[in-house]
Design a binder for this molecule. Structure first.
Ligand code: PMT
Length: 414
């Protein structure tokens, strides 16, 4: 399996050679990309000799004038073919450029172009590491799903003492292996995900709807797909593009969603119901547009509870995770849903908070089971989706077994 080590220009750049060797000992095919400043600390020849591959040092040809013939394609093929991009050391400057989506050299261009997990091992002076700008950039990258292998404390090259030393090589290797492992930890799963807000027609023009944008469900679909799962996405109308590689089934109403879900249910090993499904629909749908003639009373009827039906109809071993969108008495209402619907877990989010939940890029949830309650703090929905999938996987493996695995394994799987 191919992985790429990115090297940026810090005094710890020489340690990247040790990282390359350590990754090769894990039977990984290591390729190296260097920034211009990295080459002031260590030569490309070192890495070419270690890896047996040409070291990529830039987007331009040797005299820096024109893009070399294959560079326009090379960074895309390099980005698409690698299974993980590990940048060690990651300097403050490189971290800032990554956080702001810059693409002014091969490494940052590749980081934007790759779907592979990003592992960052920062190394810098303690003041730079503690600086608010660096902290903010790190937080941004972490929320987007990057794995940060935090620097260690100790004597720094500049003579100061404190955080900023490159993490131990074995710790960085563990981070890369965990990222690779995560890439395939859903390979045996078929994940059926619902997303978006259903629309219950009043007449040919009007409908009852809600504020769901679909972002949470689509983030789950994207994350599951990136981790090797087969994903079936049943989606109410959204403004979002379905994640590449997912089987996409568009629906509009709660009844259409119900039918689509039940039709595919027996293929699923994991069902995640992130959609905002209408609880009520108009008992009668007008055939023509309702005319404006003073006060109007509309009688509503309850829709079928899809998730409860899914629990009853699923094949043995299929996990079902529901969501709970609550505005008050959060835990009480979520626990009641957990019991009433018979799901394996409920993902509770407080939709009274304007900055998370409906239509936001961010969310904060509590992953609730009959015996546990795990708070997953506010972050981008894409990073949170991975965390929710981690907890879903834990449902398959009792915690004590995982604890034993973590203590004995060369790297943690969490
Ligand atoms: O889409 P976004 O803008 O990203 O917003 C995300 C979200 C807030 C919509 C999402 O995080 C969320 O909370 N989704 C569930 C919304 C909802 O309908 O919650 P609920 O508490 O009303 O329903 C509980 C569970 O029952 C949900 O899993 C829901 O999908 C399911 N349900 C509800 C009604 C129904 N008739 N059938 C169902 O299956």
């Amino acid at each position: 399996m191919k992985v790429t080590v990115g090297v940026s220009g810090g005094i710890a750049a020489y340690k990247a050679a040790e990282l390359v060797r350590a990754l090769q000992q894990q039977a990984l095919d290591v390729h190296v990309v260097m920034t211009a400043s990295a080459q002031k600390f260590i030569t490309p020849l070192t890495f070419a000799a270690l890896t047996g591959h040409r070291v990529i040092t830039g987007l331009w040809d040797s005299d820096g004038e024109v893009p070399n013939a294959n560079s326009a394609i090379e960074h895309i093929s390099e980005a698409q073919s690698t299974k993980a991009l590990a940048i060690a050391p990651a300097t403050a400057d490189l971290i800032a450029r990554l956080a702001h989506g810059m693409a002014d050299d091969f490494l940052t261009t590749m980081a934007l172009a790759t779907p592979a997990p990003l592992v960052l091992a920062p190394a810098m002076n303690v003041q730079m590491w503690e600086h608010a700008a660096t902290k903010a950039n790190i937080a941004t990258l972490r929320e987007r799903g990057a794995r940060i292998v935090a620097p260690e404390s100790g004597h720094l090259a500049c003579g100061m003492l404190g955080d900023g030393r490159l993490a131990k090589i074995e710790t960085i290797v563990a981070g890369v292996l965990d990222a690779l492992h995560r890439r395939h930890d859903l390979a045996s799963e078929t994940v059926l995900i619902t997303a978006g807000g259903t629309r219950e027609a009043l007449d040919p023009v009007r409908y009852l709807g809600n504020r769901s944008s679909g972002k949470m469900g689509y983030a789950l679909a994207e994350a599951a797909q990136a981790r090797g799962a087969r994903v079936i996405l049943v989606s109410a109308p959204t403004q979002l593009k379905p994640p590449a590689g997912c089987e996409y089934i568009p629906v509009t109403s709660a009844e259409e969603m119900r039918q689509a879900v039940l039709e595919r249910l027996l293929e699923a090993t994991l069902v995640i119901k992130a959609a905002a499904v209408a609880d009520y629909r108009p008992r009668m749908q007008a055939e023509q547009k309702i005319k404006r003639t003073g006060p109007l009373t509309i009688e509503l009827e309850p829709t079928e509870d899809i998730v409860a039906e899914v629990v009853r109809a699923r094949k043995p071993g299929t996990l079902v995770i529901g969501f709970a969108a609550e505005t008050e008495r959060q835990m009480e209402n979520a626990r009641s849903k957990l019991e009433r619907k018979g799901v394996d877990a409920i993902v509770l989010n407080d939709v009274a908070r304007p900055e998370i939940g409906f239509d936001s890029d961010r969310n904060a949830v509590t992953f609730l089971t009959s015996s546990t309650s795990i708070d997953l703090p506010e972050m981008q929905k894409r990073g949170l989706a991975d965390r929710i999938l981690d907890e879903a996987l834990m449902l398959r493996r009792p915690r004590q077994i995982v604890a034993e695995m973590d203590s004995s394994s060369a790297y943690t799987t969490r």
